[in-house]
Design a protein around this ligand. Sequence first.
Ligand code: G3P
Length: 250
Amino acid sequence: SSTAKFFVGGNWKCNGSVASVCKLVDELNAGTIPRGVDVVVAPPFIYIDYVMQHLDRDKYQLSAQNAWIGANGAFTGEVSAEQLTDFGVPWVILGHSERRSLCGESNEVVAKKTSHALAAGLGVIACIGETLDQRNSGSMFKILDAQMDALVAEVKDWTKVVLAYEPVWAIGTGVVASPEQAQEVHAYLRQYCAKKLGTAVADKLRIIYGGSVSDTNCKDLSKQEDIDGFLVGGASLKGATFVTICNAAG
Ligand code: G3P
């Protein structure tokens, strides 16, 4: 199991408007976050400036949802890890299943993005997970291994990585992994890391769960030995609900 601080990320995805972001920031500011929990919110790029200026950053840190694979240059429509650090954004989510499936990001691309972002000084929430077909056909561990192998080949320093296990079948579906299903994979991933990176790294690595996390299922999930936090999508768009999830541990 991990010895690290509980970590909760709110991935707003491509949601929100000026009005709704303003409201959500107010709701979050009204919430109480325990001292021992890292909470990171990831707005769409265009709202990061507003959120940075108005969100209580004693309680919440900021993340982007993606970054370019390399440094600044002629890459129309992209934002680099260097620009995120320059702007004061400390985290980035990389390898989310939506980017893997909708934008064609391979294991290798995600791994290269991760090492580039780490080198630029960001913390990385690196996402992995299997589809339902892969789980049902018995190839889940093989798929997870391939996703992890690519990361392990590129990432030398894991201290600023948070690993997010997000089974694709649980994302946005309302079908949450059971605490046992999630724990099985989290324990597997920690063992994998112990084998490839050593037990010191594996013990400190935060492995968080994502996929239909809600204010009603978060408590049971958080009791599992190898679940060190959550990556929350839909439920992170409601301030009070998200704050409840941030208070799930302890
Ligand atoms: O990154 C978090 C996400 O993919 C989970 O989404 O809506 O199922 O909580 P959701």
